[in-house]
Design a protein around this ligand. Structure first.
Ligand code: NDP
Ligand code: MG
Ligand code: MG
Length: 327
């Protein structure tokens, strides 16, 4: 692990940084770099919706090509599926030897969608949390843990540079973990597919469906299968699975130990291994690129089906009654 004492802020303060994109991560990086005394500009497309917001914070906004030309460190924080296009059109033609190219996620490097020239340092500083939390923690004097990786180091100084960047966005207050682009990309994709986004939401939906198909009220099923997930996850986050089992009733604890493994069993794990295999082989990345470049027809279908699911309809009616939810 790396902490603030392991990094030298003056390294990043001596560079000229372009942050490409001003969304969830982009705004957090640009503002915290600036507040750490770093020379920063934001690169956006001409018709950008984010431009006004960045300028209202006092940041300089330039077209991507100009931002890259001015800068000697380029952090790409546009959506992953757009990065290759932005890179080819506006970044690559303006890169010079000695520049550094930074990422917040390894996908485009891991799968060869972006192939930076040999004379450019290639690093990753990826906060393990949503951008708005990254910024909020920074301003509160705290930080969100970051993972740091170096893929290319022609300057011989890529590590101190990456750590200096991580310190400037507050990441080393919480701790930096050394990884590789391959490990970050593959574990990130696996986590979101098998557990966090895919696995968890399907588990919740299947539980909800089982209850309403058996004739129970959708409102009761919603609270039981979705709403309470947060309360359970908070306990796990604070003290591991043990703290959750310590806090729930003995009845819930016994039911969980004895029934859980019947749902998530060898067959589930075999499918997880298959999903991981598709990530490692590049099959998933190929499918993803084809989907995004082919107009996102399947994505539109998934989104529509999901929005119409009864759990979303039920939750849509219940949540406005709980005014404290978005505090
Ligand atoms: P967002 O979807 O929030 O990024 C949107 C931003 O990108 C907007 O400012 C948008 O501007 C800009 N953008 C879109 N197209 C272009 C373009 N052609 N040229 C320049 N800017 C463009 O991205 P995230 O912050 O979610 O993700 C950024 C990176 O960070 C990704 O690599 C992601 O994997 C990684 N990451 C994200 C996390 C998160 O919290 N979301 C967590 C950890 C890593 P416009 O106004 O023009 O639309
Ligand atoms: Mg992730
Ligand atoms: Mg991800």
């Amino acid at each position: 692990m790396f902490y603030d004492n392991d990094a030298d802020l003056s390294i990043i303060q001596g560079r000229h940084v372009a942050v490409i994109g001003y969304g969830s991560q982009g705004h957090a990086h640009a503002l915290s770099l600036r507040d750490s005394g770093v020379d920063v500009r934001v690169g956006l497309r001409p018709d950008s919706k984010s431009k006004e917001l960045a300028e209202s914070e006092g940041l300089r906004v330039l077209p991507v090509a100009e931002a890259v030309e001015e800068a000697d460190l380029i952090m790409i924080l546009a959506p992953d599926h757009l990065q290759r296009g932005i890179y080819e059109a506006d970044i690559k033609p303006n890169l010079v030897e000695g520049d550094a190219l930074f990422f917040g996620h390894g996908l485009n490097i891991r799968y060869g969608l972006i192939e930076p020239p040999a004379g450019v340092d290639v690093c990753m500083v990826a906060p393990k949390g949503p951008g708005h939390l990254v910024r909020r923690q920074y301003t509160a004097g705290r930080g969100v843990p970051v993972i740091v990786a170096v893929e290319q180091d022609p300057s011989g100084n890529a590590w101190p540079l990456a750590l200096s960047y991580a310190k400037a966005i507050g990441g080393l207050r919480a701790g930096g973990i050394k990884t590789t682009f391959t490990e970050e990309t593959e574990t990130d994709l696996f986590g979101e597919q098998a557990v966090l986004c895919g696995g968890l939401s399907e588990l919740i939906k299947a539980g909800f469906e089982t209850l309403i198909e058996a004739g129970y009220q959708p409102e009761v099923a919603y609270f039981e299968c979705l709403h309470e997930v947060k309360l359970i996850v908070d306990l796990m986050y604070e003290g591991g699975i043990s703290k959750m089992y310590w806090s729930v009733s003995d009845t819930a604890e016994y039911g969980g130990y004895s029934r859980g493994p019947r749902l998530v069993n060898d067959q589930t794990k075999a499918e997880m291994k298959k999903i991981l295999g598709e990530i490692q082989s590049g099959e998933f990345a190929k499918e993803l690129v084809a989907e995004f470049e082919g107009g996102q027809e399947q994505m539109a279908k998934y989104r529509k089906e999901h929005a119409e699911h009864p759990i979303e309809v039920t939750g849509g009616k219940l949540r406005p009654m709980m005014s404290w939810l978005n505090d």
